[in-house]
Design a protein around this ligand. Structure first.
Ligand SMILES: Cc1cc2nc3c(=O)[nH]c(=O)nc-3n(C[C@H](O)[C@H](O)[C@H](O)COP(=O)(O)O)c2cc1C
Length: 201
């Protein structure tokens, strides 16, 4: 193990916290930098080398559309004033986010590979989850704040068309990753004792 890099990685893993997109600075990190981080993040373990992750790096227009779709998803039939209020708030919060990446997982369940190895469906999802965490850690290493959300915007009937999901039949959402510069300070998270979760032989 590289003694020099180990403490740096450990520090970044512990320092990363979910931060509120509503408090992100309006100026987004450069697209070149974010694209470079996505390229690095793809280097995750991947059984069968299926490369299942698909990335949608949204521009301002798409971010606003996503916010509108999420708001409408929450509002539903509009009969519950609390949901209307929440929907309007989320439309504003999401629509004003400086940066959003959607990460989906593409697995063709009717492919020969999946029919022969049904576990590939979960394994592909596991790879995409690793990639999302890689991305969050890379953001942290660049002092970029982030939040992983699974707010169910993809349930909106217009989601696939409006966002331009390439293979809606076979892609499922893994993470809506918000990112941006932020001054918000969040203390490191305290976990319950490892002894409750670890059995050492
Ligand atoms: C798969 C996944 C889905 C998440 N979805 C949401 C979400 O929909 N809304 C939300 O507010 N936070 C969401 N989060 C963020 C978690 O709430 C957050 O990670 C958790 O509170 C722990 O805080 P930390 O990330 O600062 O350690 C999600 C996190 C993960 C890993």
């Amino acid at each position: 193990m590289d003694k020099k890099s180990t403490p740096i990685l450990a520090e970044i893993i512990k320092r990363r916290r979910t931060r509120k997109p509503a408090q992100f600075s309006k100026t987004p990190p450069s697209l070149d930098l974010v694209t470079e981080l996505i390229e690095i993040a793809r280097h995750a373990p991947n059984h069968h080398r299926t490369e299942p992750a698909r990335f949608y790096l949204l521009n301002r227009e798409k971010i606003q559309q996503l916010g509108k779709l999420f708001g409408e998803t929450l509002v539903g039939d509009g009969k519950d004033p609390a949901l209307v209020e929440k929907g309007n708030r989320k439309t504003r919060e999401w629509g004003e986010a400086p940066g959003i990446i959607l990460v989906t997982c593409l697995t063709d369940e009717s492919s020969d590979l999946a029919l022969k190895n049904p576990a590939v469906i979960e394994e592909d999802y596991a790879t995409c989850s690793c990639i999302c965490q890689n991305l969050l850690l890379l953001f942290e290493s660049e002092n970029i704040a982030s939040k992983w959300s699974t707010g169910a915007v993809w349930k909106h009937p217009e989601f696939n068309d409006r966002i331009g999901i390439q293979d809606p039949e076979n892609e499922r959402m893994v993470g809506i990753l918000f990112y941006g510069y932020s001054e918000q300070q969040v203390p490191t998270r305290r976990l319950s004792s490892l002894s409750n979760h670890l059995k050492t032989y």
